[in-house]
Design a protein around this ligand. Structure first.
Ligand SMILES: *[C@@H]1O[C@H](CO)[C@@H](O)[C@H](O)[C@H]1NC(C)=O
Ligand SMILES: *[C@@H]1O[C@H](CO)[C@@H](O)[C@H](O)[C@H]1NC(C)=O
Ligand SMILES: *[C@@H]1O[C@H](CO)[C@@H](O)[C@H](O)[C@H]1NC(C)=O
Ligand SMILES: *[C@@H]1O[C@H](CO)[C@@H](O)[C@H](O)[C@H]1NC(C)=O
Ligand SMILES: *[C@@H]1O[C@H](CO)[C@@H](O)[C@H](O)[C@H]1NC(C)=O
Ligand SMILES: *[C@@H]1O[C@H](CO)[C@@H](O)[C@H](O)[C@H]1NC(C)=O
Ligand SMILES: *[C@@H]1O[C@H](CO)[C@@H](O)[C@H](O)[C@H]1NC(C)=O
Ligand SMILES: *[C@@H]1O[C@H](CO)[C@@H](O)[C@H](O)[C@H]1NC(C)=O
Length: 214
């Protein structure tokens, strides 16, 4: 209840709120992964796949962004503070994921070691878009700054986005600093649509995991 109140308070502090059910089921040819997919008005896709019955805080996330944006982030709690943030940017022909969390607004979010990412097939850059596809352990359940939250399904979960066309300071490093977002907002994502059986989920992770970067 306290978590919910905090979330409501934080949401009301956000500008540019876009609340509306706008998820579609999307099955990707390359990986076989089926997502609940959302696209915002600037053409950035946020896609989530969840195991049906997870006690492991697991999720597969895909962000597809037009190349004119040089970083894009997702806030798993629907607001910038007190939740895991997944931030991504192109790095040459590759794409970097950076695990972050913020305790206050208006600063570059700190690195966050409560989430662990593995790159999946599909991650990369072409002439029009960059794509991040990752498995995250620790994105859908967390304890941060006194609130314990689980994002474990349902069709009324608020997620938030932020992005900018300004490149991060050091794209080759996952701890790079970056400038404030140009655009941010939140939406209601249908996470019921994101679910698949645990065994199918595990299969998607196994068959699409890329070797770790050295
Ligand atoms: C909903 O998705 C459509 C594309 O399917 C997109 O054009 C539109 O901007 C989205 N609406 C919101 C509120 O994000
Ligand atoms: C989820 O898994 C747990 C542990 O295996 C089990 O106790 C529970 O009944 C399962 N719930 C559903 C909805 O399948
Ligand atoms: C950066 O990558 C290393 C190696 O994969 C990882 O241990 C670390 O948590 C990452 N840091 C961030 C901020 O994502
Ligand atoms: C680049 O990748 C995106 C995401 O997979 C895809 O939608 C787009 O069509 C690709 N563009 C080209 C030119 O292949
Ligand atoms: C989820 O969607 C179903 C079907 O549209 C609806 O009946 C239900 O009220 C929704 N639940 C929430 C929590 O919004
Ligand atoms: C960024 O790209 C360079 C060149 O390919 C590579 O050496 C480096 O490991 C990449 N950084 C990350 C964090 O993936
Ligand atoms: C969310 O997705 C589920 C599964 O596809 C569907 O049954 C439900 O109606 C959706 N809810 C809304 C509010 O669209
Ligand atoms: C998820 O588990 C629920 C409860 O056990 C079951 O009714 C539903 O069919 C399962 N959905 C999937 C996609 O496996």
């Amino acid at each position: 209840m306290i978590g919910l109140l905090k979330r409501a308070a934080a949401l009301s502090a956000l500008a540019n709120i876009v609340v509306g059910q706008n998820s579609t089921r999307y099955c990707e040819e390359l990986t076989g992964i089926c997502y609940s997919s959302y696209v915002n008005s600037d053409g950035i896709y946020y896609r989530v796949a969840l195991p049906n019955n997870s006690t492991t805080s697991d999720a597969i996330l895909e962000i597809v962004s037009p190349v004119k944006y040089n970083w894009a982030g997702l806030a798993w709690g629907g607001h910038m503070t007190a939740d895991p943030l997944t931030v991504a940017w192109p790095n040459g022909t590759g794409v970097v994921v950076s695990s972050r969390a913020a305790s206050i607004y208006g600063v570059v979010p700190n690195t966050y070691d409560g989430a662990e990412y593995t790159y999946l097939k599909g991650t990369g850059v072409n002439s029009t878009h960059w794509t991040l596809t990752v498995r995250c352990k620790g994105c859908t359940r967390w304890t941060l700054f006194d609130s314990e939250i689980a994002v474990d399904g349902g069709n009324d979960t608020s997620l938030a986005f932020a992005y900018s066309s300004v490149p991060v300071d050091n794209p080759a490093s996952n701890t790079s600093s970056f400038h404030m977002h140009e655009v941010h907002g939140s939406w209601v994502h249908n996470l019921t649509m994101a679910k698949t059986s645990n065994s199918e989920y595990d299969g998607w992770v196994t068959s699409n995991t890329l070797p770790a970067l050295k």
